[in-house]
Design a protein around this ligand. Structure first.
Ligand code: V47
Length: 362
């Protein structure tokens, strides 16, 4: 069957609620019929979320840039003795979250794998945030950090997660998934956990009632097969646990990384196809996030017509992607989030980190 006919038959499947397979996914990634693709992904998105597009008033906290692994995609990590190595104290974190006096819906906490910190640092970080901001959603620590804590502090991932949840953690971000391929992990992410360990950690979190997100970093050395395989593994785990909230495709930014000048950044069409594929393939994920920091504001708005129903948040000051050459602002205002969504023709819904709606802007 020609690619075009496979795409049309994928369209029929979506309308009939039949699950897509790898062949459909290939056709979607290769298609240049973007009007058809957008309409199809938008149909699925509106079936699941109507005209709502979610955003959150949040801050990202990167508590340390010290990291003991050296991923080929990262421009943010420093070794522990580097002159610009830095770690925030818990007081610094509270001061940062309090600075602008705005009421935050969510804090997103992620850091490097720092061998000099004690487990108590993380517990007191969570307890202090919870006591200063009782209603905030604390979305903290990727599976990679959880696995590192387990190894460093001699616990298993279940115990780490239970203790962090006891101290105030609500949900986990989706970072560290990179590409769920051990061959790619061996080439670009040496020292990170295996793909099975990443999936296992999310399975454990879900069994403890901790909802999580999932990401996929694309635009480096991966093939379409790797991307489809990544989505397949996530879809399978979600069938089992129903613990994922949102999927976030992350566009690789190569500046100041070892891969600078060695990869071709994805084009706008590729970014939109990735969002559409995510919406159509991950039929059991409630939300698909267009992460404006990595996509640009313009592509993010268009992505809302390609299946995305979430644009993350105001962020405050983003550091990881900006270290790698992102040209978007470091943060956006609440009003900017609302007008991005409205101008794209959708209804802005302010949410917390667990997708509880705080306010719909009619
Ligand atoms: O895991 C690192 C990626 C991730 C680069 O869960 C890079 O809601 C692009 O996971 N270019 C951390 N990406 C960020 C993340 C995230 C972001 C927003 C929302 C959520 C969520 C999660 O950033 C890392 C890695 O995959 N990353 N370096 C880079 N140069």
């Amino acid at each position: 069957m020609s690619r075009c006919r496979i795409l049309r038959s994928a369209g029929d499947k979506v309308k009939q609620g039949i699950r897509l397979d790898a062949r459909d996914a290939h056709a979607i990634l290769q298609s240049r019929d973007i009007h058809f693709l957008g309409a199809l992904a938008d149909y699925k998105k509106q079936q699941l979320n109507g005209r709502l597009v979610y955003f959150t008033v949040n801050k990202q906290i990167n508590y340390t840039n010290v990291c003991s692994v050296h991923c080929q995609v990262c421009a943010y990590a420093k070794s522990r003795h580097a002159p610009d190595a830095s770690t925030m104290s818990v007081e610094d974190i509270i001061a940062d979250l309090s600075r602008d006096g705005e009421e935050l819906d969510e804090v997103h906490i992620v850091g490097g794998l720092n061998p000099d910190l004690k487990f108590d640092y993380y517990l007191s970080m969570l307890r202090e945030i919870r006591s200063h901001f009782p209603s905030i959603t604390i979305k903290a620590f990727t599976a990679t950090e959880i696995n590192y804590f387990a190894k460093l502090y001699g616990m298993d991932a279940r115990e780490v997660l239970s203790r962090l949840a006891g101290a105030g953690l609500n949900t986990m971000p989706g970072g560290g998934a990179e590409l769920l391929s051990d061959a790619i992990r061996a080439r670009l992410f040496k020292g990170k956990e295996s793909k099975d360990a990443w999936l296992r950690t999310h399975r454990i979190a879900h069994s403890l009632g901790i909802k999580t997100n999932a990401t996929m970093l694309y635009g480096h050395i991966e093939t379409d097969d790797d991307i489809i395989d990544h989505l397949e593994q996530l879809r399978r785990l979600q069938d089992e646990t129903h613990g994922f909230l949102t999927f976030v495709p992350l566009t690789f930014h190569p500046v100041h990384t070892p891969l600078e000048n060695k990869v071709t950044p994805p084009t706008g069409i590729r970014k939109l196809a990735m969002i559409a594929l995510a919406r159509l393939y991950l039929d059991n994920f409630p939300h698909i996030k267009a992460y404006w920091v990595m996509l640009s504001e313009g592509i993010t708005q268009i992505a809302l017509h390609f299946g995305a129903d979430d644009i993350d948040g105001t962020i405050g000051r983003e550091r990881v992607t900006h270290a790698a050459g992102a040209s978007t602002p470091a943060g956006l205002t609440n009003n900017r989030m609302i007008s991005m969504i409205r101008d794209a023709g959708y209804l802005p819904a302010q949410r917390n980190g667990e997708y509880k709606i705080i306010k719909i802007y009619q």
